[in-house]
Design a protein around this ligand. Structure first.
Ligand code: ZN
Length: 389
């Protein structure tokens, strides 16, 4: 789980050329231009050839590097050295239709993948069709639960601009082999991941059938209490994707990791008994609560400050599980007890300029502006958690 988060936070930067840092620096200075919604055309050199990319330029640095949002919803950083020309068409940028998105992703996958499409998801799989169907149905129910939760709280949920792509490999081995370069060696410990850059959730057939699971086998599998955590992982990664595609958080602005993870864990309690609904949104996440309670005996006085000010605790395997548990507790507390302030905070985060990253001091200042003194809030959090059952 922590590795999945590391990907979630860092994949954005994994293909970062040095110019990228220049962009970030220039953005910090305010000497950048963000460009609107017309169709941008960027030609790049690739060996002897010139390739044309069409999309929406999110950021253009003064050195000429751009961050391009492609019609499939991918983020493409293009360095000035490879760019031949940048121009703009008078037509509007539009997301590609699901069929085109599916076709593009099939070119990136090994042979034998099929498409299973639902209202909001494009599932690309080489598992059994029954497994793809079961998974897509779980995801559609999460979508319904997620959007209903926020809509009921008065938050406008955006319809995803891009089809939500989910890739399912028929076996863990295939997943590990295909995704090792993208994820790193941490791939061995995870069951799925969401990549902010590609906007895709990737996972594998959890039943261990190797891609032959029937509906009957899946329903027996789901009833096994030992697999609940694995299913929660699927839901967790899918929630990252939903939050970033429904206007709750933004892929190219600075979302503190405690917020991204706190939201994913808030929805991590799947309702597997219901065929349609998702009655368990907002239920206490018992495993996170247990972990937080066990952390209390060794929890430093400044624990909330270290959680909020930067992402360091999430990125250290020694401290990650406690950080996750604390992020769940804080998000749960804020959504239950200080909802309008938390929703205001989310709005502020997603409205920031792209690729501007706050210093620890700025993060604390912004948090305090919205929620008040951190020590007071910490006392309230601890009282709240002590009453949870
Ligand atoms: Zn996560």
């Amino acid at each position: 789980m922590s590795v999945a988060t590391r990907i979630f936070q860092q994949t954005t930067f994994s293909k970062v050329a040095p110019w990228w840092l220049v962009v970030i620096f220039l953005l910090a200075l305010g000497s950048f231009s963000t460009i609107g919604y017309s169709l941008d055309i960027v030609q790049i050199k690739e060996g002897e050839n010139v390739l044309t990319h069409r999309g929406r330029i999110l950021v253009q640095a003064v050195d000429g590097g751009v961050l391009l949002l492609t019609p499939e919803g991918r983020l493409l950083p293009l360095a000035p050295a490879e760019i031949v020309s940048v121009s703009r068409d008078s037509v509007e940028f539009k997301a590609a239709p699901s069929e085109d998105v599916a076709r593009w992703w099939l070119t990136q996958l090994p042979a034998g993948f099929e498409v299973y499409q639902t209202a909001h998801y494009v599932v690309l799989h080489n598992t059994s069709r029954d497994y793809a169907r079961w998974c897509a149905s779980l995801l559609e129910r999460l979508y319904a639960g997620f959007t209903a939760y926020f809509t009921n709280k008065g938050v406008t949920i955006e319809k995803p601009e891009f089809p939500l792509v989910v890739i399912i490999f028929s076996s863990r081995d295939q997943y590990v082999t295909h995704c090792r370069a993208e994820v790193g060696d941490g791939i061995e410990k995870i069951q799925g991941h969401y990549n902010l850059v590609t906007n895709v959730v990737t996972m594998y057939d959890l039943t261990g059938s190797g891609g032959t699971a029937t509906a009957a086998q899946i329903s027996r599998f789901v009833q096994n209490p030992n697999v609940q955590q694995s299913i929660a992982t699927v839901v967790h990664e899918a929630t990252h994707q939903l939050a970033n595609n429904c206007g709750i958080t933004c892929r190219w602005t600075d979302t503190p990791q405690w917020v991204a993870e706190g939201l994913a864990m808030f929805f991590e309690t799947p309702d597997l008994r219901s065929a349609r609904g998702w009655a368990t949104v907002g239920a206490v996440n018992q495993s996170r609560l247990d972990r937080f309670r066990s952390y209390l005996s060794r929890r430093p006085d400044d624990s909330l400050v270290t959680l909020i000010r930067d992402n360091a605790r999430f990125q250290n395997t020694e401290t990650a599980l406690d950080a996750y548990a604390e992020a769940w507790a804080l998000t749960y507390f804020l959504l239950q007890q200080k909802r309008s302030a938390f929703l205001e905070y989310l709005k502020r985060l997603r409205e920031k300029p792209p690729l501007v990253y706050h210093s620890p001091e700025e993060r604390i200042r912004e948090f305090t502006e919205i929620f008040g003194d951190v020590d007071d809030l910490n006392a309230q959090l601890l009282r709240f958690v002590s009453r949870l059952r």
